[in-house]
Design a protein around this ligand. Structure first.
Ligand SMILES: [Zn+2]
Ligand SMILES: [Zn+2]
Length: 161
């Protein structure tokens, strides 16, 4: 915008302090560009404080003035962010417990309206891991009714012996 300019020191008054044997000292009375408070400095400044200077900068740093404007995050940078977030906000599969794995797999694999094994509709279904390795692969997980789940577990236990 044409009306928007860089902030300038707003000089209200000048005080000259003369001390015998010394160079006269000039004090400037200025108005802060951010909070409009008056302040006194030995040199002409635009803001009364550092926090006013940074909050003014933040307020006026929009659109093309914003440091990220027109810049795109590179793919590798994006991946870095998502992989670092993965450890922070979303635990890795190997770090979560039995229960969490079931919950996460339920989200990944929506519940069907019939048993994945016997095809019986309208039965209570449980998320079952077919080989009890609890891998992250959704193909290793099925929705099974109570009797199929029981049968599968029995089979697994027999096979393990
Ligand atoms: Zn201020
Ligand atoms: Zn079944």
């Amino acid at each position: 915008m044409a009306g928007e300019q860089k902030p300038q020191p707003i000089l209200i008054n000048r005080q000259i302090v003369r001390t015998k044997g010394r160079k006269p000292k000039i004090w400037y009375i200025l108005k802060c560009n951010n909070c409009a408070k008056f302040f006194k400095r030995g040199k002409q400044q635009k803001f009364c404080s550092l926090s006013c200077s940074s909050s003014y900068r933040n307020k006026h740093r929009t659109g093309i003035k914003h440091p990220f404007f027109g810049k795109k995050l590179s793919e590798s940078h994006k991946q870095k962010i998502s992989s670092s977030n993965l450890g922070k906000y979303r635990k890795r599969w190997d770090d979560i417990g039995y229960h969490q794995k079931h919950i996460r797999m339920k989200r990944a694999k929506p519940k069907p309206d019939k048993c994945d094994v016997c095809g019986m509709p309208y039965v209570k279904l449980n998320m079952v891991n077919i080989d009890h390795k609890y891998s992250e692969n959704s193909d290793d997980w099925i929705w099974a009714c109570y009797s199929c789940h029981k049968r599968k577990d029995i089979k697994l236990e027999q096979g393990a012996k």
